[in-house]
Every structure is written in structure tokens, then in C-alpha cells.
Design a protein around this ligand. Sequence first.
Ligand SMILES: C[S@@+](CC[C@H](N)C(=O)[O-])C[C@H]1O[C@@H](n2cnc3c(N)ncnc32)[C@H](O)[C@@H]1O
Length: 358
Amino acid sequence: MAASNCSKNGAIVEIGSWRGKSTVLLAQGALSGQKPTIYAVDPHTGGLEKRNIIMLTFYEFKNNIKKAGADEIVVPIVKRSEDAVKGWNIPVEVIFIDGSHEFEDVEKDFTLWDPHVIEGGLIIFHDTNAWLQNGPYRAIKKHILKSRHFKDAGTVDSIFYARKCVENTQTDLENMARIERSLRHVDVVNFFYAPIKKLMCSLGFNVVDMSYAVYSPWTDLSTFNPLAGFFVRIMRRLKFNSYIKDEQGCFKEYYKAGGLKREIRHAGHTLHGVSKLFYENGNEQAEIPYNKGYIDGCLKEYYDNGKLRSEEFYVNGERDGLSKVYFENGVLMKEKRYSKNRMVSAAVYDENGKARKK
Ligand SMILES: C[S@@+](CC[C@H](N)C(=O)[O-])C[C@H]1O[C@@H](n2cnc3c(N)ncnc32)[C@H](O)[C@@H]1O
């Protein structure tokens, strides 16, 4: 809704895209309306170094965006939000905040991006009613629910939204006070949960405020609460995760039949080096270059017969340089030149190499 009603006076920004589910929903809305650009900000590395987590979601993200036919309007920014906002000069009409759910991080995402949201623009937070992830709720409680600069606030399931304005009315304030009362359970649960979480952290458990896929078969079980974190740890100790090996600087994940599925290169808790994905037939599927947590270099994709499908260049998390897509017979299909995420030229060819449009 928010995306389809966008007037295109500004762009849509999403903080935290994961595998692209919410990006696709935003894109569907945007495509049915004025087709505003969606900037999808996510380092796709698992977030924060302080947590013992490595993941790589950019390839799945890219494919989901492509499958949804949204790659013309979605611009991935493979960076942390605090870095992406540096030098940002594009007005924002809708912002969807769904990155790290730690209070300090949600607060940072809000305070850094809010100045770019235009008057009448929508600010949307995910998971504001979550029992164990109270960062989003605490952020809206502190910055929005009592503010004079937001109106038309509401909730839909776990989503909270409000529109930026110069000055709201008494009715808006009463409406926000009602929303605050309806979310009070988050505070009550936190009263009991916060000390448990603190204790678990001090004992070295991997307690996080959101569900990440970690390199473990129990990934999607995730570590969103101390108990789940505890189980993942025990499983690892017992070496149940035989399909994943953690070697020096590289996680190796295997198919059930034994073939290599992914090689994820890292330095400590950051993605670093060229990670590789493989098809079940053993051929390479993709090469994804990271430099100290940022995508940097040439991302290559292959057909399952081993032929090159595409090459995309990135510089420090942004698309920059000439991207090419090839037909399976090796003939050039598309080329697009980017400069700091902006497309500056494009050409499409048919299977005989004849230009179709520019
Ligand atoms: C809850 S998931 C997002 C889910 C996604 N919006 C969806 O609904 O499908 C959170 C994402 O935030 C990302 N993230 C964590 N810290 C971030 C930061 N500082 N800046 C941008 N993204 C961040 C993580 O990499 C992760 O992919």
C-alpha cells in the first residue's frame, strides 16, 4: 500500500532486506504505482561483528528480486545503513526499518535516516509488537509515539507506521497513546527478559535480538532467544552439523550427496575474500567477492553447464562499472554501465548479437 501510493516525490528506502521478501512486497506495490526506486540497504553479511555470526544472503536476495521482475526498480546497497546514509542526497518518501532489532541499532537507523524523509513521507518499523525483540518498540516509544511531528499512525500485525508532519493534532497524540497502550506487553516481557539476556550474554551465549541464518543446519531454528541460542551451541558441540565444516577462514557447506554447496570466505566475523556457490552437479554457480564486509569486485554467475551468465562490478558495496549478461551460447544479451549505483547507459542484444534497444 505504502509503496503503491508513493507519489515519486522521493524514493523508498529499506533498511534490512535479508533474502528480499519485504523488498519484493515493496516492489510489487511500487510497480503497481509510480514505480519509485527502492534502495535496499543491507550488508548481507549477518550484520554485526560483535556477534558470532556469518551469513551471505546477497545471492538469494538478487535472485528473488530478479524472479519478481523487480530488478529495474530495486537498487541494492550492500552496506550497513550507517555507511549508506553518508553523503545521501535523495529525498525519501517511504522508509521501512527492519535491520538489526537491537534498540541502539533501530534508534540509530531512525535518527540517521529521518532527516532525509520528506514531509508527508511514511516511516515504517517492523516487529514493533515482538515479545522478545523490543528494540523496534522502544525506538518508536522514544522517538515517535509522543512526538508532535508524526500523524496518521497505525499498526498492521507487527508493523507500525506514521506519517511525518510539521505539527500533529491532539487526536493524533491520543491515537499514538492508544497504540502505546496496546503494545505495553513488550515492556512487561522485557522487564523479565532483559536480566536473563544480560546473564546469558555475560556467559558468552550468542543471544541476538533477531533471527539470522547462521552456518548450521539449525539455522532457520535461529538464535532469536537464549534457549534457541543454547540449543544451536549444544548441537555444534555435539558435531551434529556434519554438512558444514568450519576451516580456517572458510565455512564449507555440503549437499546431502556429499558435493560442495558453498564456500564462504571470512576473516573473523566479517565476510572477506571470494565466496563460491556450486550447483549439485559440481559446476560453479556464483562467485561473490567481499572485502572486509563489503561486496567489492566482480560478482560472477554461471549457468549450470558452467558457461558464464553474468558479471557485475561493485566498488565498496555499490554497483560501479560495466555489468554484462550473456545467453547460454556465450553471446552478449545485455550490458549496463553503473556509476555509484546509478545506471548511466544500457543496451540489449538478441541471440545473433543485434542491438534491440538502447
Ligand atoms: C529481519 S532481517 C530483514 C528481513 C526483511 N526485511 C524481510 O522482511 O524479508 C534483518 C536484516 O538486517 C540486516 N542488517 C543488520 N544490521 C544492519 C545494518 N546496520 N544496516 C543494514 N542492514 C542491517 C541483516 O543483514 C538482515 O538481513
